[in-house]
Design a protein around this ligand. Structure first.
Ligand code: CXF
Ligand code: ZN
Length: 365
């Protein structure tokens, strides 16, 4: 079928809007009419080739829409269902079977290699292959081929245009707190970088009963939003040494820290802002090969550091939970979102990474 897609043709380039053809769904696949798709930092780092997704490619990995058609063997969604698209996983390995889909060993080939595992792509332009299957969806397009296991069915009355970011950035931030760190009520937590992931973590920390929630960023407007969403303290890292301030304001270090920036020095500050038995989570994707350093004696005295992908979530369980929390007023993620027409995708990029005026841009198809 004919579709309209945003294509990254070369490293660092703009999105180019063009007509493409999309195949019918194969066995186990689902064709989704995309209603809207959020923009995540990983779309932009892949544009910049931090990860080697081959170009030209259709990116987009926070899609939401309505099922148009299903391939053979698909049983959990049907035409007309509203779905949020999340990351792709194999579903059959020990990690997936234990509910740790974000740590599926096939995560990289399934989400970043631009092809199905058999090397084919569902998208062509003027008869030429275009790389797709990004996070099993490539949802910067009016239609997306997903697989059954990255479709999360939501209620018929769900506000579908708002929900795409639950498939990645918002689930990542909320999940690192609710699924991974699981702070006890009364805990202290420092969040380095309060973009959409950090602010989602912040709202989750508030809903978990954290009593000291420290937001660190270099953008005063973002710090203001952090305060409105529940930060008890904010630190402008462009003028203040964050780790010293956090150690002082917590009387020895935070119980938890989260680095959303994927900047090695920031990760180090995050670890050093925790107390001896504190725990730090790193959630952002740095350029392949990026290394960081720590003082070994700092780690020796009981500190913990862990990597967390996609908030360690099982999307089919966690996304409905986040929707229910939003309904209950415990997780007002809509406050992070601003909407753009699909044709405005390059403006959305500019507002996301240049001015920072968009925290979570959502493109309406
Ligand atoms: C990504 C970060 C890099 C690894 C896969 C998940 N997160 C979201 O975009
Ligand atoms: Zn993402």
């Amino acid at each position: 079928m004919e579709a309209y897609a945003a294509i990254i043709e070369r490293q660092g380039g703009e999105f180019v809007l063009d007509n493409v053809s999309i195949e019918d769904p194969r066995d186990g696949e689902v064709l989704v009419k995309v209603a809207a798709a959020g923009m995540c930092h990983t779309d932009l780092t892949v544009r910049d080739q931090y990860y080697p997704t081959p170009l030209p490619a259709v990116l987009g990995h926070e899609g939401a829409g309505v099922v148009e058609k299903v391939g053979r063997g698909v049983s959990t969604v049907k035409p007309g269902d509203k779905v949020v698209l999340s990351f792709s996983y194999c579903g059959t390995c020990p990690s997936c079977l234990k509910g740790h889909q974000a740590y599926c060993p096939s995560l990289f080939p399934l989400n970043f290699m631009g092809r199905r595992l058999d090397g084919s792509t569902p998208i062509t332009r003027n008869g030429e292959d275009v790389n797709a299957c990004f996070f099993g969806q490539s949802s910067f397009a009016t239609y997306s081929i997903a697989s059954e296991n990255n479709c999360v069915k939501v209620a018929d009355d769900a506000q579908i245009e708002l929900l795409g970011p639950l498939g990645c950035g918002i689930q990542t931030g909320a999940g690192v707190v609710l699924n991974s760190l699981q702070p006890a009520p009364g805990s202290s937590i420092a969040i380095f970088g309060v973009g959409s992931v950090g602010l989602s973590a912040l709202m989750a920390a508030k809903s978990s009963g954290c009593l000291k929630i420290i937001a660190v960023d270099r953008n005063p407007a973002r710090l203001e939003v952090a305060r409105e969403l529940g930060a008890t303290d904010v630190i402008d890292a462009s003028t203040t040494n964050a780790q010293e301030a956090i150690v002082a304001m917590t009387g020895g270090g935070a119980d938890y820290a989260i680095d959303t920036t994927a900047i090695p020095q920031v990760l180090r500050s995050a670890v050093e802002s925790t107390h001896n038995m504190g725990e730090t989570a790193v959630v952002g994707g740095a350029k392949l090969g990026t290394e960081f350093s720590l003082d070994m004696n700092n780690i020796l005295f009981g500190r913990k550091l862990r990597g967390v992908v996609e908030g360690s979530s099982t999307p089919q369980v966690f996304i409905p939970q986040l929707i229910a929390m939003q309904k209950a007023g415990l997780f007002p993620f809509e406050k992070l979102c601003s909407f753009y027409d699909f044709d405005q995708i390059n403006q959305a990029v500019e507002d996301t990474e240049k001015t920072g005026s968009a925290i979570k841009a959502i493109l309406r198809m």
